[in-house]
Design a protein around this ligand. Structure first.
Ligand code: ATP
Ligand code: MG
Length: 708
């Protein structure tokens, strides 16, 4: 069987054995295997689940696939399943829960703990990348990794590629060679999709086709250099994990660590991740995956919905459960979501039906320009706050990180606190990276990118001296004890001596992670004022970093966590004391995946923004943008505002009023608009003539019906 469509799973019906839940269950079986539910003793904490959810939660051994639409309780079911397994006696430390972000794993484990009152702290929960990092420290030797390898983030990896490109003289050629960030994306695409470089260039980067030979040489050097330095980039984590599993003994040992593996958002995994799972489940077949093909939004990272559709083939005997009702949103919001998805060519999950009651239609707000969009959104947020919807229950969603720039300024002006998901710049800040580079050197003295960063802070040290230094250190087998013997330019003498002493003292003493950070911060402090402006707030950032370090037992896990699972918001960083403050959520549509809020504002709903004008050249990309818009819309529980500015001013002419007219996103054509209430921003309202009877009635209703 090739790609399996849901229609291939013959529907079967059965009755739940437990007399307390006698509702009829519609179940799906694969290959003639009918799923017969038996739930002898259902604990009270499972009572709220519907029959299909309950069956998934209490499923016994063997592969299980839950394929269902947005808000149908997939994640909730998975969290309950973790609780159920622990209740059934599975040791928490033998459960592996793979999610898309650290936040998602934490929330699910908290939920599981809350429902069954059993500790879930020992569960292995996190992203594929962070689990790879953890397991490779133990099993990495078979693929040539020392346990102290370090992981570099995407910008470090681009820097390394940039350096190699420069060393090869590929920057000075007459024809422009792709920029380092493009080189990085091409590399990532090749390794994750497993497609040949030539094909990737032709399909995805046609303007770089001529650079093929140069790219190939760069990639070869990059791979060799990383290996020699014992540094991995993000993609390597998955590659090496998979590679380690090619070894039968390792595959058996690693697989035997986990009695159950559970994966959320399976539609956004790639071919390597699917292979890793298969290799981990050769003997024990306990694996549960959940996903929704209509929400697959990461194909630009080589994710493929084939994984979810072919799961029953890869894991013979799979039980497939579908969930039908949506518990999140009221029907008018789902009507819009369904209509947005109607033209999508391939769909397996069906239209969504609401369980919750509520009649207010989503609102389509047309604004004169971006200024008005910002004003309308802030006004509406405050109005909902007055009505009792906390800021944390409200979110503004947008296609690209910078789309909230103007809004952020206005929120600050009005003293509305907010946190931004998917856009935290803290760890990308140069001074934070400087301090982390010092920590990385201690962890792995071969990490030359970190050395370059640190050495170039010193007076009179440029790239040439730094390279010579690293070569010298290599000749001395990266021994930090002899650091002081390496000669440096006279101008750098004092600073370098201080550096060598600091690193040496930390190498010899066994200090807690926070104390190490503190000592490095003291060394680094004098550099702040000379290297950057605004040293004071930067210093506070470093103190915050030190506070976070207190939660860690080992330097290695502190560095890996910050690199692999950086905090989503400043709230993650702030720790418990600030948790009950209220704040609004700003998020990219991608980072809103899996989340929900009472009121959602989708801003910049203009063509060119969503779909992004970067994605308008082929049908597949457009369809992915459609799914992204669908993800955004289906985050709302009660209130949905789709906001669209008519005019965009050209930033190039800040004093003039040169502007272009935008068009409403193509994902909201007439049939979608009919399902929404149309509203103008304030300026449009004044131009719109006298209010209609309906508007007057609505305004009056506001005084007596707070739900309006
Ligand atoms: P998405 O596709 O967006 O990730 P999902 O399928 O994972 O959505 P959840 O986030 O698990 O859905 O659930 C959506 C909402 O429905 C949550 O608020 C959850 O608590 C609620 N919910 C799920 N199942 C039930 C149920 N049986 N009874 C009441 N509420 C439920
Ligand atoms: Mg979910």
């Amino acid at each position: 069987m090739g790609v399996v469509s849901i229609s291939a799973f013959g529907p079967g019906t059965s009755r739940v054995a437990d007399p307390r839940i006698q509702a009829q269950v519609v179940l799906y079986a694969v290959g003639g295997m009918l799923y017969t539910p038996t739930v002898p003793d259902t604990p009270d904490w499972l009572q709220g689940l519907n029959p299909q959810q309950l069956q998934a939660v209490t499923h016994g051994d063997g592969p299980l696939l839950i394929i269902a639409g947005a808000g149908t309780g997939k994640t909730n079911t998975l969290a309950h399943r973790v609780a159920w397994l622990i209740h059934e006696g599975v040791q928490p430390g033998r459960i592996l829960l793979l999610t898309f972000t650290r936040r998602a794993a934490q929330e699910m484990l908290n939920r599981a703990q809350a429902v069954c009152q059993a500790a879930t702290t020992k569960v292995w929960g996190g992203t594929f990348h962070s689990m790879a990092n953890r397991l490779l420290r133990t099993y990495g030797r078979v693929v040539g990794l020392q346990p102290e390898f370090t992981v570099m983030d995407e910008s470090d990896s681009a820097d390394m590629l940039g350096l190699i490109r420069a060393q090869m003289g590929l920057t000075s050629k007459e024809k422009r060679f792709p920029r380092k960030s493009t080189v990085r994306s091409i590399y990532s695409r090749v390794v994750n999709s497993r497609e040949p470089l030539e094909l990737v260039l032709k399909k995805e980067y046609p303007w770089c086709v001529e650079a093929e030979e140069g790219l190939r040489t760069i990639f070869n050097t990059y791979t060799k250099r990383k290996h020699a330095r014992q540094v991995l980039d993000y993609d390597d984590l998955l590659l090496f994990w998979n590679l380690a599993l090619e070894d039968a003994t390792v595959a058996e040992a690693m697989g035997a660590r986990f009695d159950h593996i559970l994966v959320d958002e399976y539609q956004d995994t790639n071919i390597i991740q699917a292979e890793i799972l298969q290799r981990l489940r050769q003997k024990n077949h306990n694996i549960t995956v959940v996903g929704d093909d209509a929400q697959s939004i990461y194909s630009f990272r080589a994710a493929t919905i084939k994984n979810i559709l072919e799961f029953p083939n890869q894991f013979p005997g799979t039980t497939v459960v579908t969930l039908e009702q949506n518990y999140r949103s009221i029907q008018p919001i789902l009507d819009v979501g369904n209509a947005v998805m109607k033209p999508a060519p391939h769909r397996y999950t069906k239209n969504l039906f609401a369980v919750r009651e509520g009649k207010q239609k989503p609102v389509l707000v047309t604004c004169r320009d971006e200024d008005e969009q910002v004003k309308v959104v802030c006004d509406q947020i405050l109005e909902h706050l007055e009505q009792g919807i906390k800021l944390q229950q409200q979110a503004v969603l947008f296609r690209a990180g910078h789309h909230s720039d103007q809004l952020e300024i206005e929120l600050a002006r009005r003293n509305i606190p907010f946190h931004k998901y998917g856009g935290l710049k803290f760890l990308e800040a140069a001074h934070v990276k400087d301090l982390l580079a010092l920590l990385r050197i201690l962890e792995n003295p071969r990490d030359d990118m970190s050395w370059f960063r640190v050495l170039e802070m010193l007076e009179g040290v440029g790239p040439k001296t730094a390279e010579r230094f690293v070569a010298d250190l290599e000749a001395r087998t990266y021994d930090l004890a002899v650091l002081g013997q390496i000669t440096m330019p006279a101008a750098a003498h004092d600073q370098f001596t201080a550096l060598a002493q600091t690193l040496n003292s930390l190498r010899q003493e066994e200090l807690p992670v926070a104390a190490q950070v503190e000592r490095l911060r003291r060394f680094y402090e004098p550099f702040l004022a000379t290297l950057y402006d605004n040293p004071k707030p930067r210093l506070r950032d470093l103190e915050q970093l030190e506070a976070v370090a207190q939660r860690y037992k080992s330097r290695s896990s502190f560095i890996s966590d910050l690199t692999l699972d950086p905090p989503d918001t400043t709230a993650d960083f702030a720790g418990p004391p600030f948790k009950d403050e209220d704040w609004l959520v700003l998020s990219t549509m991608h980072s809103a995946k899996g989340c929900e809020w009472k009121a959602v504002y989708v801003i910049h709903a203009a063509d060119g923004m969503i779909p992004s004008d970067m994605a308008t050249d082929d049908d597949d990309s457009i369809e992915e943008e459609r799914r992204l818009f669908y993800v955004a819309v289906t985050r709302a529980k009660d209130w949905l505002y789709v906001v669209f500015p008519l005019r965009y001013y050209y930033k190039r002419y800040p004093l003039g009023d040169a502007h272009a007219y935008a068009q409403l996103t193509r994902f909201a054509p007439a049939n979608v608009q009919r399902l929404m209430d149309a509203r103008g921003g304030t300026s449009l309202e004044t131009h719109a003539g006298p209010p209609t009877d309906e508007e007057i009635r609505a305004k009056i209703a506001r005084y007596w019906d707070r739900r309006f």
